[in-house]
Design a protein around this ligand. Structure first.
Ligand SMILES: [Zn+2]
Length: 90
């Protein structure tokens, strides 16, 4: 009786394999799907949108518009239009 069931088992196994392959293929083709290893970096500017400005990493040296403290490149500063405010004042 095992011999009679064997073709069905093979057919079922093949069906599972084919189904899995088709599923993988469709998964690869579907747009907007997150693929491992190719995920987009989270936006660096996705800082907390503070009221009247946003927190950024300073790309230029400057001076805090509020207290006059020097701002170095790489500092965490609150950026507003035409104003840059140091972390202490922000
Ligand atoms: Zn300041």
């Amino acid at each position: 009786m095992l011999a009679t069931a064997l073709p069905f088992v093979i057919a079922m196994g093949l069906g599972l394999v084919v189904g899995a392959l088709v599923g993988l293929l469709i998964g690869q083709l579907l747009p907007g799907r997150e693929r491992p290893g190719r995920r987009t970096q989270p936006a660096a500017g996705r800082a907390v949108p503070a009221a009247g400005g946003r927190w950024i990493t300073a790309r230029y040296a400057g001076i805090c518009r509020s207290c006059g403290a020097p701002i170095a490149v790489g500092d965490h500063v609150l950026h507003r239009p035409r104003r840059t405010i140091c972390a202490a004042c922000g």
